[in-house]
Design a protein around this ligand. Structure first.
Ligand code: PMP
Length: 294
């Protein structure tokens, strides 16, 4: 992925994509002192741009990192990156990490760096699989206790478990893993939140030890706007058999139907399809629909 045309915004200037390098003794690489975001632009506008920047700063703060740019500067840099790459529909990846001045667990003096890359990423899951509902397996690794890891930060270190879980799922032929939390409750997938449908209501795990995604919030609002009841609660794995539909939500995944979790199967039903359509409409830049009519 390092051989790409275009530029990456790094610490305030644009660097050719192939030359945007860090030193091998970077603290972020050795000790996972890095926080990042995943965002999408639609029709030239970054969806929930400010909310993503707020989360980046909150994640950095949790790790004790002070980002040396204002939120406004980061928002402007994200937009400039999109324009510089000539993209209107794209995925954006801002990342902040501790640099290479000191090597060791302590890195109080290390410079905090920030980079922003943007690229075209139309579908997170295979479009054909997505149509039928993707296949998940229950992963072996669990989301950690909030007393063990900063589970609400979008911190690089937390993705070690996600990559191990996703690789194990892919090795068994599944698209992704459904992860349980440290108590054995249903939590999320390796890069998205999970929802279930039962008797016309949405059920989703209480986000007390994992990322409560921005897409999750949007989908809850969209469902409520349609009068659908949304129930946040503890969901146990043995309840999976009782749900009719299931889908994932995330910036990259958007609203992705799930057809199967291990032995349990789900239909890509009317509510899932409705929320997929509502989400597609919601992410369009304000006034896009009006422009098309005019
Ligand atoms: N959980 C995890 C582990 C994720 O990586 C993501 C993607 N950022 C999400 C949930 C969904 O978050 P969002 O909707 O803000 O993209």
């Amino acid at each position: 992925f390092d051989q790409h045309d275009g530029d990456i915004w790094m610490d305030g200037t644009f660097v050719p994509w192939r030359e945007s390098k860090v030193h091998v003794l970077t603290h972020g690489l050795h000790y996972a002192s890095a926080v990042f975001e995943g965002e999408r632009a639609y029709g030239g506008e970054i969806f929930k741009c400010e909310a993503h920047t707020d989360r980046l700063f909150a994640s950095a703060d949790t790790l004790g990192m002070v980002i040396p740019f204002s939120k406004d500067a980061i928002n402007a840099a994200k937009r400039e990156t999109l324009v510089r790459m000539g993209l209107t529909d794209a995925y954006l990846r801002p990342i902040a990490w501790r640099g290479s001045e000191m090597m060791g667990v302590s890195a109080q003096m290390n410079t905090i760096h920030v980079a922003i890359a943007a690229w075209a990423w139309p579908s997170y899951f295979d479009p054909a699989q997505r149509e039928k509902g993707i296949r998940l397996t229950i992963g072996d690794w669990r989301r950690p206790d909030p007393a063990t890891a900063p589970c609400h930060a979008k911190a690089a270190g937390l993705y070690m478990i996600c990559t191990m879980s996703k690789h194990a799922a892919e090795a068994k032929g599944y698209a992704d893993a459904l992860m349980l939390d440290y108590r054995g409750h249903v939590a999320e997938s390796t890069g998205a939140n999970v929802f279930f449908v039962k008797d016309g209501a949405l059920h989703t795990p209480t986000p007390d030890c994992f990322l409560s995604g921005i897409t999750r919030g949007t989908v809850i609002d969209l469902a409520k706007a349609r009068g659908v009841e949304v129930i946040e609660r503890t969901i146990m794995p043995d309840e999976l058999a009782s749900f009719e539909q299931c889908f994932l939500t995330g910036t990259a995944a958007e609203v992705t139907p799930v057809g199967e979790i291990g032995p349990y199967s789900f239909t890509v039903g009317a509510l899932t399809k409705q929320l997929m359509a509502d989400y597609t409409a919601a992410v369009q830049p304000a006034g896009a629909g009006l422009r098309e009519v005019a």
